[in-house]
Design a protein around this ligand. Structure first.
Ligand code: F6R
Length: 609
């Protein structure tokens, strides 16, 4: 996730406005920043890695001349957060400047094609291909205006994008376009804006036009023209008046960041399906060669590792050892060696316990692989190979979207490895890949259809003193994650166990009305889970079941149930089955009067200007 902004002002310099707008978009990304303006037929650019304030201190972003410009605040997906990879990106002649939010999936192919035509690339980003594509289109079609060239170029892009383009060839306009990344226009007095998000221009105007997927906009002080990218037809759209406060706008109308991030999951999962195959392949090769593989992480990331151990075992027949990072050194520090591989999973890439485990493993010559959300983090620097999970910045303290994204990446990795090892047939592979592609829609369905139901459950059980979470097989990881969320933000004591283990002690806690949450996908564990439900019911437990749609058997046994669409394979089931648990934790916190974004002892600070 990155933030883009552009503006054209009648009487004022654009740069200070771009700078302030980028500050308001900083929650979308903050590892690099850049601005480009046009003045007297020339492009002027300032960009660097670092937070906006740091970059401004060194480069004085406000000093760029001209009344038209674009800006970008970056959350790296392709290419480390370095000055050369910061946006805007330019074509060879320095005549076209582009800012971009999204992921261009076919950028490697396009880059090779353009390089063969003589284009010289400076960065390692996917974005730079857009500038060169526009340049190439203009070269081939000298009669084209910038908008025509952008239109033609974006038709060649696969993936997601919201872009803003300026060029001194037509210094009075910004051309922008979107596909699966957000883009809005702001219409002010003597000024027009385009941005990733309304907060960027909300203090300046509340008159906005939402650009839809597959649309291109020609923006100037005279107004805006929207065209469909597919057939160039003109789209008519009236501006809307936005009555949000800046605080509401930054949360896109959601009451809390946690809820916003829960709702962002379909989009994040779509992004995880755009990973560069090359890195997945490379990582699968390392895993294939390892004598032993440890999956090392803390908290929610550890739960992703636990789920991944089932994926690797079931799909690729590879035994892996999930280890809580703070235990790694004591447990395995002396035995890891050159033949060991550590796959460290950390959203932030900076968690001290995870890094300590990685450090210890490296000292004994083990291979370190990383999965993280923050490119440029310590984990990316110390890993032999790393993958960026593409979830965008996590502002809510409780990990939600980052967990499901990690699961999706780890499932893709397990599939790659299975293929490499010849452990799955092509049919199975195709089936699993199709199912993975369905995950964003399935998660969307769970949120749309079940949120109100979960809200009611939270209301009903808000005063429960303790919860029990049970699952079998891979659903054990889902149960652990549900428990962590509930404890972390609603401060409800909770316990979680593999359901089969509950009778070896924990069951003695159960008495009349004790809420027991069962995770019940219709997989090989279903029969035994029913047996565990009966055991709990016999002791007076109140059963709350997360079930597959139409699971009549469990519906009859449960006091409450929440449904997930049918047909999700067991190894992917934690992705949709955790959603009701995230929502439950959120609504329990709200019901109990707590702010889910500020769990005590853990809160990150969020500033909204
Ligand atoms: C739970 C949560 C924490 C983190 C843990 C690891 O909601 O946010 O448990 O999962 O601190 O953090 P990362 O993944 O950044 O290493």
């Amino acid at each position: 996730m990155c933030g883009i902004f552009g503006c054209i002002l009648k009487d004022e310099a654009a740069a200070p406005w771009i700078h302030q707008a980028l500050k308001r978009l900083e929650y979308r990304g903050y590892d690099s920043v850049g601005e480009a303006t046009i003045y007297e037929g020339r492009l002027y650019i300032k960009k660097d890695s670092g937070k906006i304030d740091e970059v401004h201190k060194i480069h004085n972003l406000d000093s760029l001349p001209g009344n038209i410009g674009i800006g970008h605040t970056r959350w790296a997906t392709h290419g480390a957060p370095l000055e050369v990879n910061a946006h805007p990106h330019l074509d060879c002649e320095g005549q076209i400047a582009v800012v971009h939010n999204g992921i261009i999936e076919n950028f490697t192919e396009l880059k090779i094609e353009l390089e063969n035509k003589g284009h010289l690339f400076k960065s390692r980003t996917d974005t730079e291909v857009i500038a060169h594509l526009i340049e190439e289109t203009l070269k081939k079609n000298p009669s084209f205006g910038i908008a025509d060239a952008v239109l033609e170029s974006v038709r060649k892009l696969e993936g997601s994008y919201a872009i803003a383009v300026i060029s001194p060839r037509e210094s009075n306009k910004i051309v922008c376009a979107r596909h699966e990344s957000p883009l809005v226009l702001g219409l002010g007095e003597n000024a027009v804006y385009c941005a990733s998000d309304i907060p960027a221009f909300l203090p300046l105007t509340n008159k906005a036009v939402i650009v839809e997927d597959g649309e291109l906009v020609n923006l100037s002080l005279e107004g805006f023209e929207i065209k469909k990218i597919s057939d160039s037809s003109i789209v008519k759209r009236e501006p809307k008046i936005i009555d949000w406060t800046p605080e509401m706008a930054i949360k896109q109308g959601y009451k809390h960041f946690m809820l916003k991030e829960i709702h962002e999951q379909p989009k994040c999962l779509r992004n995880t399906l755009r990973l560069q195959e090359h890195y997945l392949d490379l990582m699968a090769t390392f895993l294939d060669r390892a004598r032993e593989v440890f999956l090392v992480a803390c908290g929610t990331s550890y739960h992703a590792c636990l789920a991944a151990s089932y994926m690797f075992s079931k799909l690729a027949f590879l035994a892996t050892y999930p280890v809580i990072a703070s235990e790694f050194i004591e447990q395995h520090g002396k035995s890891v060696n050159i033949d060991s591989t550590i796959l460290a999973v950390s959203q932030s890439g900076e968690t001290a316990d995870t890094l300590a485990a990685v450090h210890a493993a490296r000292q004994r010559a083990a291979t370190v692989l990383g999965l993280t959300n923050v490119i440029g983090s310590t984990l990316t620097r110390v890993s032999r190979v790393y993958i960026g999970q593409q979830s965008g910045p996590e502002i809510g303290v409780a990990a939600t979207k980052t967990f499901t994204s990690q699961l999706s990446v780890l499932a893709q990795l397990a599939l790659r490895l299975a293929k490499k090892r010849g452990k799955v047939s092509q049919d199975e592979m195709d089936f699993m890949e199709d199912k993975l592609k369905e995950m964003p829609d399935i998660v969307e369905t769970v949120i749309t259809n079940q949120e109100e139901k979960v809200k009611l459950i939270a209301k009903k059980y808000k005063d429960a003193e303790v919860f029990f979470f049970l699952g079998r097989g891979i659903s054990t990881a889902t149960a652990y994650e549900g428990r962590l969320k509930l404890m972390e933000i609603a401060y409800v004591p909770a316990i979680a166990f593999p359901a089969g283990e509950s009778k070896h002690g924990p069951i003695s806690l159960v008495q009349q009305g004790f809420p027991v949450i069962f995770i019940c996908p219709k997989d090989e564990t279903h029969r035994t889970v029913i047996g565990n439900i009966m055991e709990m019911k016999a002791r007076g437990g109140t059963i709350i079941a997360i079930i597959e749609e139409g699971d009549e058997e469990i519906k009859k046994l449960a006091d409450e149930y929440v449904e997930v669409p049918k047909g999700v394979p067991d190894i992917l089931s934690p992705i949709p089955f955790v959603i009701p648990l995230q929502l439950l934790a959120y609504y329990m916190a709200v019901e109990r009067g707590y702010n889910p974004d500020m769990p005590r002892n853990l809160a990150k600070s969020v500033t909204v200007k």
